[in-house]
Design a binder for this molecule. Structure first.
Ligand SMILES: *[C@@H]1O[C@H](CO)[C@@H](O)[C@H](O)[C@H]1NC(C)=O
Length: 268
């Protein structure tokens, strides 16, 4: 059996008590990459809406930098250099939460809005014209995999999250059918490898929205069926935290302030 003094001696070998301040352990930083449903201020351009990334910091003990921005897709976030910026910023063990899907659909054939992904789940490419320029457009998973590989190559961990639901009560009864971007988010995380993790944020949120009922959930969508009120954004953030907790915290294990049982919803 290893005596405590011998154990401390071994620790002393690898952790000199005289380590200089420049080697002080730095707490990991969490970066958020996403669209208006995650961004500060949400998509309404007024105080009626907010993004869930604004509420997420309350549930974790690590610094959170919200780089989400309204109107963006996996493609435009890439083309505008926003993943590159985060890749430059990250240090080993930082965590990047990536969630897109609301601006990634549509068609490239009639006109290209700069956001729409090339259809497909793999390495397909589309030729398109955007802003008068010939461009090659990748699939949604390809953009996420490229970003995830660049981030994990720098030692960061990546959490890919499925998009939030539009109001599942808008038709009267409750209907949630995940978009293809949920499947694609899951496959992208698997392709990036063990330094990436998938959270089915859409399903966690939908389940909580179902339990809350139409009246309460309708009040979360003051302007349209996509952008949430601050109370709605808080619920959407809580759903994400629940998803993490149900997975043992994933890369945030030990940094979540809440217990699994204290957050509404059930593990799926
Ligand atoms: C977790 O706990 C903190 C501190 O009490 C609280 O502000 C936050 O809303 C909680 N988050 C969830 C998801 O319950």
């Amino acid at each position: 059996m290893l005596s405590i003094s011998k154990f401390l001696g071994l620790v002393g070998l690898v952790t000199p008590a005289t380590s200089s301040p420049t080697h002080a352990k730095r707490a990991p930083t969490i970066y958020l990459a996403g669209d208006s449903t995650m961004a500060r201020g949400g998509g309404g351009g007024n105080t009626a809406t907010d993004g869930w990334g604004n509420f997420f910091p309350y549930s974790v003990s690590l610094p959170v930098v919200n780089k989400a921005i309204g109107g963006r897709s996996a493609r435009s976030f890439t083309v505008e250099g926003r993943f590159d910026e985060i890749t430059r910023l990250v240090q080993p063990n930082d965590i990047v939460i990536i969630e897109f899907g609301h601006n990634d659909g549509g068609s490239l054939s009639s006109s290209d809005n700069g956001r729409t992904a090339c259809p497909g789940a793999g390495s397909e490419t589309c030729k398109s014209v955007y802003n008068g320029q010939q461009v090659t457009v990748l699939t949604y998973p390809a953009y996420l995999i490229n970003a995830g590989r660049a981030l994990t190559a720098k030692g960061a961990k990546v959490i890919i999250s499925s998009p939030t639901p539009n109001n599942p009560w808008e038709g009267g009864g409750f209907v949630y059918s995940p978009s293809r971007f949920t499947t694609y988010s899951k496959s992208a995380a698997a392709s990036i490898g063990s330094n990436a993790f998938f959270v089915d944020h859409g399903q966690y949120t939908a389940n909580i929205f179902q339990s809350f009922g139409k009246q309460r959930v309708d009040s979360f969508f003051p302007n349209d069926h996509t952008h949430t009120s601050p109370a709605g954004a808080d619920t959407v953030s809580r759903a994400f935290v629940k998803g993490l907790l149900c997975a043992g915290g994933s890369f945030l294990s030990g940094s979540i302030k809440n217990s699994t049982g204290s957050v509404e919803g059930n593990c799926i």
